[in-house]
Design a binder for this molecule. Structure first.
Ligand SMILES: Nc1ncnc2c1ncn2[C@@H]1O[C@H](COP(=O)(O)OP(=O)(O)OP(=O)(O)O)[C@@H](O)[C@H]1O
Ligand SMILES: [Mg+2]
Length: 488
């Protein structure tokens, strides 16, 4: 199916999220849509699928003008989208989900055989009787893909589909995309990852600040392609990170004979000393003990036994407030569930974090403060933007803008998950500046490159076992991989 978008505009208040965007995707091709956080990619594909309505512009499918106003219109016209968070029903089985025509009109009359036949075409192994709540993200994605195809979708959109799925699921997904293209369907692949786009796409369009910056054919092994795409995405070469030594002689965090309880495991740490200004990467599969460790150091959950000292002060069993007063800050992974408050604006957050003296809020002062933070932290939004409307990268920038000015210990989970390269570099630049001022940073990440690149030392977690901190310079990716797998 040939997809054409012409002169599309979409505004959200002051933000011109799509500014005269035109895009052509030929039938039988895989088209990459790249761009930094907040560039307008999700907005564009949501208009094509009917999740958002456009302000102006045209959509043509196989040369015919269509008016897609709701997701049902979208699917009816043959356009479907795999969302990053699957829109399935977790209490139903795989088959029941497959049969659901939409959220409103369940059951499309498809059978278990239809599911098996489609699944086989793509080599997906799905048990029709399994509850969807028990599936991995990758399997739920496979199911949703099959469901959309069974509804007759001929253009498939994938919005950042490779976050949170395993390497083999990614290979399967890419193969499925290639199969679809070979059948004359078209695929739009929204991603931040250059190497993924280079691997699977035939063309790539780069967006920046709501506009299309360029469109390039993707040829395997083209040595200039990466540079070209990065130039289009950011308009300049990126400086490579270079982590300076920031560790200071004093001890910033000291754990003595600490015992922690996690969901299904316990973690014992005999004696751990981290210097002020040091960056410690916490590596390991999700659920290996990193989270109870971080929560204990943050003062959110007290350890079962042992002592925690921050800058030589014993804070064991002190209330969370004491930790805050001693310059401890915890930035959780789930930005909207734990870090920021949906429904509140950037300015509201500033007011909560830095309460002004007296009874009344000085709105003008708060507005000025929010404006200056937005400028300083390069946040795409206005003081009145609700945080849930910001893109992932801009939410993370807001969290960093809200951190107290002086900090002794900063604990972060997945500080750059889902962010584009420029935001990642920007965030780490801010973090390293903090270290130079003596802040100790502990961060958990699923990205081994990030762990290797920014940590002074690394603690590996596996099934509740925590390694001693290992200097990052002594680690190779394969060594780290082995340890994560439990070979200490
Ligand atoms: N529902 C909404 N209400 C208000 N503003 C929005 C809404 N959706 C998106 N925006 C704004 O529109 C701009 C484009 O956002 P969009 O989500 O399309 O970016 P993106 O390229 O998908 O970014 P990311 O890579 O971070 O997912 C951003 O400034 C964002 O804050
Ligand atoms: Mg997006």
């Amino acid at each position: 199916m040939r997809v054409e978008l012409k002169h599309i505009h979409k505004r959200f208040g002051a933000v011109h999220a799509n500014n005269d965007v035109s895009l052509l995707v030929e039938a039988g091709t895989i088209h990459g849509l790249l761009g930094e956080n907040g560039a307008g990619k999700s907005t564009l594909v949501k208009m094509l699928t009917g999740f958002y309505s456009r302000d102006s512009g045209e959509i043509l499918l196989d040369g015919k003008r269509v008016d897609v106003r709701t997701p049902i219109d979208g699917v009816r016209s043959g356009v479907g989208m795999l969302h990053q968070d699957p829109l399935d029903f977790s209490a139903l089985t795989v088959l029941e989900n497959f049969q659901a025509r939409s959220r409103f009109t369940p059951s499309s009359g498809t059978s278990a055989q239809d599911l098996a036949k489609l699944a086989q075409q793509f080599n997906f192994k799905l048990d029709p009787n399994e509850l969807v709540g028990n599936l991995t993200v990758g399997e739920r994605q496979q199911l949703e893909l099959l469901r959309l195809l069974s509804l007759g979708v001929r253009t498939l959109i994938l919005d950042e589909p490779t976050t949170g799925i395993s390497a083999s699921q990614k290979t399967q997904l890419f193969n499925a995309m290639r199969t679809l293209a070979s059948q004359g369907k078209s695929v739009i692949f929204v991603s931040h990852k250059l190497e993924d786009v280079e691997e699977v796409c035939n063309h790539a369009t780069v967006m920046r600040r709501g506009q299309v910056m360029g469109n390039v054919p993707v040829k395997k092994g083209d040595p200039y392609l990466s540079g070209q795409l990065v130039d289009l995405m950011f308009g300049r070469e990126l400086a490579l990170p270079n982590k300076p030594a920031t560790a200071q002689p004093e001890v910033g965090l000291h754990l003595k004979k600490v015992l922690l309880k996690g969901d299904n495991l316990s973690v014992a740490i005999n004696d751990l000393q981290i210097q002020r200004g040091e960056v410690i990467g916490l590596a390991g599969l999700e659920g290996s003990g990193q989270r109870p460790f971080i929560l204990a150091c943050a003062g959110v959950e007290a350890p079962i036994a042992g002592q925690i000292y921050i800058n030589n002060k014993d804070l064991t069993h002190q209330p969370y407030k004491q930790y805050l007063d001693n310059g401890v800050c915890y930035v959780p992974a789930d930005r909207l569930r734990e870090g920021l408050v949906a429904g509140l604006s950037i300015q509201d957050h500033m007011a909560i974090r830095n309460p002004a003296p007296g009874m009344f809020l000085d709105q003008n002062a708060m507005n000025a403060k929010a404006k200056s933070a937005i400028a300083h932290f390069n946040i795409r939004g206005t003081p009145n933007s609700k945080v849930e409307r910001l893109s992932g990268g801009n939410q993370q920038r807001t969290q960093i803008a809200l951190m107290p000015a002086t900090l002794n210990l900063l604990l972060m989970e997945h500080p750059t998950r889902g962010l584009d390269i420029e935001s990642v570099l920007w965030i780490w630049k801010q973090l390293i500046e903090r270290c130079q001022q003596g802040t100790t940073i502990l961060f958990a990440s699923a990205d081994l490159d990030e762990i290797m690149e920014y940590s002074d030392r690394v603690i590996v977690f596996s099934g509740g076992n925590a390694s001693a901190p290992i200097p990052a310079s002594h680690l190779s990716a394969s060594k780290l991989g082995e340890m994560i797998g439990g070979k200490f």
